[in-house]
Structures are given as structure tokens and as C-alpha cells.
Design a protein around this ligand. Sequence first.
Ligand code: S3P
Length: 437
Amino acid sequence: MSDTIKVGPIKAISGELAVPGDKSISHRVAILAGLSDGTCRVENFLPSEDCVNTLRAMGQLGVRYEVERGTVDAPLDMKIHGCRGELRVANVNLDCGNSGTGMRLLAGVLAAQKFDSVLTGDESLSSRPMGRIMKPLEEMGAKFEAKGAKPGCAPLHITGSELNSICYEMPMASAQVKSAVLLAGLFAPEKTTVVQPAVTRDHSERLLNAFGVTVTTKDNVISLYGKQRIRSCDVVVPGDISSAAFWIVAAACRPGSKLLITNVGLNPTRTGLIDVLIRMGAHIKDIVLHDEGGEPRGNVEVVGQELHGVEIRPEEVPNIIDEVPILAVAGALAKGKMTIRNASELRVKETDRIETTITNLRAMDAQVEEFEDGMVIQGETKLKGAHLKSFGDHRIAMAFSMAGLLADSGNTLIDDCACVNTSYPGFANHLKEMRKR
Ligand code: S3P
């Protein structure tokens, strides 16, 4: 796609759409299928840069896979031949590109191997905090050297070590940290436990169960015993609700819209956006059609309405963390004001999403007050088309593409949008189709 997205206002967001596979699930499938004890058929893998980097890293660590639909650089369906937990030294740096999930989850696995590894990333990933996984993993006996320009940042040099099981009280609500510890715990001798301060996405737990590993969850305490067999298993990845979110929000807040999203993941730790939109007055129905590999999936129907702003509850924040930029756009259009606080985790995403969201909203004439942990957005803005930057952040590029569609007047240009390929290949085509309808 061209690096600049150009959009103008449209009347309604209507029709039917299926978004590409779930990013969080695709990373985890690449890792768990690769570690499993046999051949796993994976369908609807997300062929985005982030997930392909994780899959390629598993390949460099000795896992074989055959692409059956798509290409090696953009696989959709494939067979992954598990290595029975016997990874081998990569002899190259493992490039995680833009992906915090890829780097943090792989670090959990690699800390426990008999060989050393190096994880690298792009400029954004090389400035994101890795201390949050190094701390618990070091408690387990892992050895890291973070050799980045900023302290505690990638490149990560990992000396493979024998790990111990621990009980870790996680200070932040992070599924990536939880998953890194649980994956490392697979190689430790006893019971590894993570206590989370709030519910975070539980794909690791669900997939581990699907791969025959017993994981127990009770009141935010998640445990597994190490040295369990990881059984091969076939996985069909559902569509990514965080990619669907852009269209769901755009349709929900534009009267006259009628949108059907099909075959999308509806795991309750990911659907907070729908709950918030319904509280804002949206007409949305999510229908779980079936549950496969422990992941519920189905359709989402949206009918456009005028919305009103709400206050996001602290416990909702981890569930909507990736959707804040697009929810903020909805807040600028809704009646009243929208309050998003307790969300300082946004400051350490692909960009500082509090800053980048506010910069772009203000450029489109919205009134927003900034806080260290969030923002308050005044509603009923007549958004004006503007020349914006994505800041190299895929979710900022897509959220403000929607803002351009929902603007009252003027075209919106967003520079530097190749980053969209890290999570939503095909976004530009969907945008084009939607504008033709
Ligand atoms: C993810 C967890 C979230 C989310 C990210 C994907 C995952 O990050 O923001 O896009 O796949 O585990 P944190 O766990 O760091 O909050």
C-alpha cells in the first residue's frame, strides 16, 4: 500500500466484512504449535509482519512449517511440525520487528533453553520496557543483558539457563508479562503462578489448555505445572476483534450505518469495547456462533446511532487497551464528555498513545485534556479533515482513517501508514471498498 492514506467524509459505514486473523492468538499458536509434540494444522493465521516475525523466529529455532495457503511471507493456512520442546540454537539474531508480544513471549521460552539467543526489534520496540519481563524471569533464574541505547531495552541477549518455578505478583495488568512467565514455567520443574492485578486477555491460558497443558485460573491467580506434554492440536484462528474495532466504532457512531462483521473472536477478555459502546448508547449485538479451541467466535451486528460519552472504569482498561485510540475518536463525536483514566500503560505501547491520540484529535479540532494516565475528551466535535502523522503506529493510522471518514468536512491525510501491515494487512482495500458502498 502507499504510505499515505487519504480519506474524506462518508455518509455511512455499511455492509459485511471479515477481518484478518487475531494477532494475539497467531503469535501464541506459532510458539505453542512449534513446541508441540506433532503436526498442527493452523488456519487463518494472521499474515502480518508481527506474527510472521514470530513464526520466522520459531523457524530459525528449528521448527519446520509448510504453507498451504498464502505465501512464506504471508502465510494463512499451514502445517507446523512441533519440535517436541527441542528447539535448537538459531545462530542469527531473532528479529521481532515492531512486536512487543513477539519479543516478550519468545523471551519467556528462550530464557529456559540450553543455548543462548539474541532478540532484536525496530526503533519503536527497542525503546519499549523489557524490564517488566526480565524481572520475573530473572527471579526464575534467567540471565539477560539488555543492550539497548535505553536502559532495560532491546536488543536482549539471553543466556539459556535452568529455571525454577516461582509465584509472581505482577505489578501491571499485562497479558504479555503473564504469558512470558507462564511459557517459561513450562520448562521449570514445579508450579509457576502469576497473580494479576486485573483480568488481562487469557489467550495463553486457553491455548495452553487446547494444547493439552493444564492451566488453572482462580480469582486472578493463574498456575501451571512445568514439564507437561504440549500435545499437537489444530487451530482455526478467529478474526481479530481489535481490527474489527475500527469498523465497529465507525458504524456505531454514524447514524444510518448498518454493518455486519463475521467470524470474529469474541473472547470476553477482548470484547470490552462492545460493552463500552453499548453504554454509550450504541446498538450492537454480538452473537457467539461457536467455540473452537476454547476461543468463542461469531458475528457482530452494528446499527449506527448518536452516542453519548461515558467514563471508562478502571477494571475495563486492560480489556480495551488497544482500542483506546478509536474509542477516543468516538468520544470526540459523542454527546457530553468521555473520560479515560488509569491507562498509563498506553504510554509504553508502539507509541505513547496518550500523546499521539491527543495530537491527532487536536489537529482535527477536538478539545482534549491530557493526564499522565489518560485523557478527557469534549464531545460533539465537528471533526475537520487534517494532515496527520501515524507516528509509525498501526492503531493510530487506522483510528484516524476512521476519524477522516467521520469528519464533518475536509480530507484527512495520514502519513507513514505502512505500519498498518503489522496487524491488519488488507486494511487499505477494506477502506477502499467501504468508501465505494
Ligand atoms: C497483547 C497484550 C497487550 C496488548 C498487545 C497484545 C498480547 O499488551 O496491548 O497489543 O498479545 O498479549 P500488554 O499485555 O503489555 O498490556
